[in-house]
Design a protein around this ligand. Sequence first.
Ligand code: GLY
Length: 320
Amino acid sequence: MFVVASQNGRVGIAAAMQVLRDGGAALDAVEAGIRLVEANPDDHSVGYGGYPNLLGEVELDAAIMDGRDLTGGAVGALKGYPHPISVARKVLEKLPHVFLVGEGAARFAAEMGFESCELLTEPARETWKERLREDLPPDVLAHLTEQPDLWRYVEIATDPERARGTTNFIAQDAQGNLAVGVSTSGWAWKYPGRVGDSPIIGAGLYADNRYGAAACTGTGEMAIRAATAHSVVFYMKMGLSVVEAGQRAMADLNDLGGRYLSGMNLIAVDRAGNHVGFSSRPDAKYLYFTDAMDAPAEAPRLYIPLNERWQRSTSGACSG
Ligand code: GLY
């Protein structure tokens, strides 16, 4: 039994391991761990307290996948519900669908009895306001909601330092079943309705008992385009080790053209429980906790540099 998580999973990884020790399923462990990250107001990349979109609305993405049968549930751009991972789990269990977004996802969350709340905390609101004050003309800021060309301001309001952040959990239970979950508030100051890789099965997460599992944090647009999490598992299916599979999936990202904020982090495991992390940043870490351990430990991620694909616009707006 083990749990592997991104570094911000520290608040939830012990609870996830406890679920496994109590005989719970990998899916339960992943959900329990992620719920605690979602509830952490100090984590501005996930759940309650997450940074909002350009209009100041917190929109959450999450997904969960069961490695036993490749079932999955996901929600995107969900407003007003602090635990998108649990709503995603209900999608998996209750609907003949995989992925709900926006109003439909919120309606379903209400039908499932989830409590809603204001997700935008005062510190997150202050940072959003401050950031926009720095970069947006006052007349635009004063009438942001009515802006007919809001798209022009996404680029200048997108801060490479704050743009990315997400939580990843992978667990294997006593029966050897794998599950993976991902939850995020996405890019800070994103265009309303933007959905990243986190709720997209194959992009932000993938689990298959027969081979292994993987999950991503970083620039979702890259993982969507390269189907990164699925690539890791697919390369294992093709016979590569988990280290080689992750290296190949990271290298694939250098084939992407166009212009985007470049950055990717992966955690990956094989079915035997070998785990590894990868990052395009040096000195990045991830967490692991096996049933033989008393407490979670940190491990370095393999550093795999990626091509830079971002130049900040000097015109004050997107071109084209
Ligand atoms: N990887 C999280 C996101 O891009 O939204």
